[in-house]
Structure formats: structure tokens, C-alpha cells
Unconditional design. Structure first.
Length: 223
């Protein structure tokens, strides 16, 4: 995939072909290779029960492999087994590379699931660190250059609001600064609400009953 120009350290197509590492109706199984993701996930779950230390080592190994699909697997593991994966490692990997993984659509589903898990497991200091990263917002260079300023700002606002809303809905307590940002965005965009079917966690959401696709993700730069 890398040789064909369809994968790199920060981009691959796994978020389209396998929208969720966890079982989800959005996974359409149209591509046979995605079975490898499921097998890897299930093998890790088995290892987590049989040999927890080896499972921890495997997550660290995934974080060292420079393709988003392995970052997604690591985030999934950390969210599913917080008893095994240290909160510091999980948070550090989420905020690494200048917070790229916090905002990119490549890991969006697993990023949000990890934030939901961390919201009630991390220390107050770690929570403040995560909330500060969210309130600072995504860097402008992550977006297409042809976006007009109004669309760019609205997209960045939406991304901030979504992560704060997911953190809060999962039981996390917003600090004063994050609450202030959240209240401002709620007042500015009163129509925004979390989706009951989790469509806001996917870059593309398939409406299975009518075979239609809704672009649910931010207007990010994709090479």
C-alpha cells in the first residue's frame, strides 16, 4: 500500500474499509483483507487473558508501527482493557505527534472511544492535560487549503465540541476552561447534539437501509 501511494506513516485506508475496530454494523466486510484486523484484535483479547504482560508488549509494539491501523488497534486495546494499559501510555500516544492522532479522521472512531474510556480513569492532572489539548483545537495545517475562513472555523469548532461532548457524556468532568469553551460552542451552535447511533464517530456513515453514505467527518486534508 505504501508503494502504491495509498498508505503512509499518518494515512491509510483502514478507516474506510474497516470503520470500527470493535464489532459494528458499519463494518461492511467488502474487503477480505479486513479479516486480518479482526483476527489481530481477537488474538490480542485472547492474549490479554492468557498472558497480560505479553498483551501489554504487543500494544507498545503497535504504537511503534507507522501506520494508522496499528494506532487504531492500540487505542482500541487501551479503551477496552484500561486495567492492562497504563493511562499514561494511552494518553501519551493519543497526544503524540503534536496531537495529530487526537484530531485526524484516520483514527477518529478509536480516538473517541479512548477518550470516553479515559474520561473516568485518568487522574485530574491527566484530565487537565487532555482537556487543554482539546480546547486548543486542531492545527490549521491539518485542513485543506481551499476552505474559506468561515467553514474552517466552523469545522474546528465542531471537532472541539464533539470531543468535549463525548468526554462529558462518558462521565468526565470538564474543568473551568473546557467548560467555558463547551458552553460557548453550545450557545453558538444550539442545533448540535450527539448522535444516538454514533454516526458522529465515523468519517463516513453508511445508512444501510438505503445504501447511502453520509460524509460525517471534518474537511481534513487527505493526500
Amino acid at each position: 500500500m505504501r508503494e502504491l501511494g495509498r498508505a503512509s506513516d499518518r494515512e491509510d485506508l483502514s478507516y474506510i474499509h474497516q470503520p470500527s475496530i470493535s464489532d459494528h454494523e458499519q463494518n461492511n466486510d467488502f474487503n477480505e483483507w479486513t479479516a486480518l484486523i479482526v483476527l489481530t484484535r481477537d488474538a490480542w483479547f485472547a492474549a490479554a487473558d492468557a498472558d497480560p504482560e505479553m498483551a501489554k508488549i504487543e500494544v507498545k509494539r503497535w504504537l511503534g508501527i507507522h501506520y494508522p491501523v496499528f494506532r487504531r488497534l492500540a487505542f482500541f486495546a487501551a479503551a477496552q482493557r484500561p486495567d492492562l494499559i497504563d493511562e499514561g501510555l494511552a494518553l501519551g500516544s493519543l497526544l503524540s505527534d503534536d496531537h495529530y492522532w487526537l484530531w485526524t479522521s484516520m483514527t477518529r472512531r478509536e480516538t473517541i472511544r479512548l477518550i470516553a474510556s479515559l474520561s473516568t480513569h485518568i487522574s485530574s492532572e491527566q484530565s487537565d492535560t487532555l482537556q487543554a489539548a482539546i480546547t486548543n483545537g486542531p492545527p490549521t495545517q491539518m485542513f485543506r487549503e481551499d476552505l474559506n475562513p468561515e467553514d474552517l472555523q466552523r469545522t474546528k469548532d465542531r471537532m472541539q465540541w464533539l470531543l468535549l461532548a463525548k468526554f462529558r457524556a462518558s462521565g468526565g468532568v470538564l474543568n473551568q476552561e473546557a467548560q467555558s469553551v463547551f458552553d460557548r460552542l453550545e450557545a453558538q451552535y444550539p442545533a448540535w447534539h450527539l448522535a444516538e447511533d454514533e454516526r458522529d464517530e465515523f468519517f463516513i456513515f453508511h445508512l444501510l437501509e438505503i445504501n447511502h453514505r453520509l460524509p460525517a467527518g471534518p474537511l481534513q486534508r487527505i493526500s
